[in-house]
Structures are given as C-alpha cells and as structure tokens.
Design a protein around this ligand. Structure first.
Ligand code: NAI
Length: 249
C-alpha cells in the first residue's frame, strides 16, 4: 500500500546522507518530492533516483541561510504541486572550534542554517498547509541537543533551539491541524557502514551504529496520516546511547 500517494513531501538537505534516504523512502511510498539543497550535483543524483521509483521530484538549489530563497522556494513548490503536506527540516551542519576562538560569523552561520532555516521553512510551509487542512513538520535535531563533546557550542545550541522551536510550533500550529515533531538522531553512519569497528557498534546498547533508514522509518511513523495525536515530541533514535551511564574505570 502506498500510504503517501499524491502527498507532497518537501525535504531540505536532500543531496546526501539522511535527507537523501528520507527522500527516496517517501518516493518508494508514492509521494511527490520537493528536494532542496545548496549542493546541486548531489541533488541531481537524488532526483534521478527518485524518478527511477516512478515518483516526481522538483529539485531546487536553495541556500537556507538566505531567507528570500526559502520564501521563493516554497512558492515554487506550491505552484507546481498545489500543496505541501509534509516538511522535513533536515539540512544542517556544524563548525567545530574552541569556545575561545568561535567567531561571530561562524556562530551565525551555524545558527542561521540549522535554527533560523528550520523556522523560516516551517513558517512558509505552514502557510500552504493551513490552506489544505493541515500537514506534518519534522525537525531533525540531534542527541547533541541533550549532551555534548567539547568545541561544539554553535551546533549544540542550534539543535537545542530546534527542540524548543518544535514545541513552540506544535502549540501555535495545532489549531491549523499541523503536527510538529522533532527527531534526535545519535550516530547515524552516512558513509561506508562496513568501515565501522566492533567497538563502534558494541558501545551502543542496541549493539550497532545507526543507519539512515532508521531515521527514514521514524519519519514515516511521525507523518502517518493516522498519527495525528503526536505533536510536540522529540523522538530520540540513538541505539540507547543517551540512556547509558558511564563511569571512568
Ligand atoms: P550531510 O552533511 O550528509 O547532509 C546535510 C545536507 O544539508 C548536505 O547535503 C548539505 O549540502 C545540506 N546543507 C547544509 N547546509 C545547507 C544550507 N545552508 N542550505 C542548504 N543545504 C544545506 O549530513 P547528515 O549526517 O545526513 O545530517 C542530516 C541532518 O541530521 C543534519 O541536520 C544533522 O545535523 C542531523 N544529524 C546527523 C547525525 C549523524 O550522525 N549523521 C546525528 C545527529 C543529527
């Protein structure tokens, strides 16, 4: 059964990694895709693979740090398909730097991509969803919203902001029948899975490192039309790592 047939799904950061797998997963479910990224070569490959499933993809080169491009991109998507049913705010990046050296420019770049970009995409997509009896928004956060390694201030703050933005949007957009949830991935291997070591896998309570499919299946769950009683939540998908207590030996 193709649960998402004729639904329009917009995914940011769809040129690679998690976003690419999520896009292909919805395509296999019969959805029409709107795929965004600043990497147009990667986007072209995602688009080709979507078309091989028989689904349609509108591919737009968009830099999320540019608010005008986001506004125009949503209008273009709505003009082509007449609706946007699901938005997956997936694009994101970090800049690792000592807290003493992190520049204002680098801070702004990470926050503007991850957090402001998520807000602007949600605001613009919600305008369209509201006219079509609602929709679903998923914000890809990170377990780094909850815990940290050193030198990751901007990334951690952006992802923590995304969790707060998620519950704020869930409350504001509930009356418009728009469900807003976050997914916080742990270690999701986007490169060669076979390169991982036994230690990499076994440190996880679940016994393995995550795969991009783990996140794609969670997206399907949170956007299943029947799951319209789930909003404002944060689904942690990390093989149990954030639940593991660690003491020095
Ligand atoms: P990735 O680097 O493979 O994909 C991210 C995509 O976002 C890239 O295609 C990139 O070009 C795009 N992008 C970055 N900045 C952009 C901008 N300003 N405008 C438009 N596109 C932009 O990364 P991955 O691993 O697939 O991550 C996807 C999301 O999942 C990110 O938000 C990341 O923070 C989050 N995440 C990933 C984890 C992992 O272990 N892979 C763990 C926790 C969170």
């Amino acid at each position: 059964m193709q649960l998402y047939k004729n639904k329009v799904v917009l995914i940011t950061g769809a040129a690679s990694g998690i976003g690419k797998t999520v896009a292909l997963t919805y395509a296999q479910q019969g959805a029409n895709l709107v795929i965004w990224d600043r990497d147009d070569e990667g986007l072209a490959d995602t688009q080709k693979q979507i078309q091989q499933t028989g689904s349609t993809a509108l591919s737009l080169k968009i830099d999320l740090t540019n608010p005008d491009e986001i506004v125009t991109g949503i209008k273009t998507a709505a003009e082509k398909f007449g609706r946007v049913d699901i938005l997956i705010n997936n694009a994101g990046l970090g800049k690792s730097a000592s807290v003493y050296d992190l520049s204002v420019d680098d801070w702004d770049y990470v926050i503007n991509t991850n957090l402001r970009g998520t807000f602007l995409c949600s605001r613009e997509a919600a305008r369209i969803m509201k006219m079509n009896n609602g929709g679903f928004i998923i914000n890809i956060a990170s377990t780094r919203a909850l815990m940290s390694e050193p030198d990751t201030e901007a990334y951690a703050a952006s992802k923590g902001g995304i969790l707060a933005l998620t519950h704020a949007l869930a409350i504001s957009l509930g009356p418009d029948h728009i469900m807003v949830n976050a997914i916080s991935p742990g270690w999701i291997q986007t490169g060669d899975y076979s390169n991982l070591s036994r230690t990499d896998h076994q440190q996880h309570p679940a016994g393995r490192v995550g795969k991009t499919d783990d996140i794609a299946r969670a997206c399907l769950y949170l956007t299943n039309p029947e799951n319209d009683f789930i909003t404002g939540t944060n689904l942690v998908i990390d093989g149990g790592m954030t639940r593991k207590m660690i003491y020095a030996e």
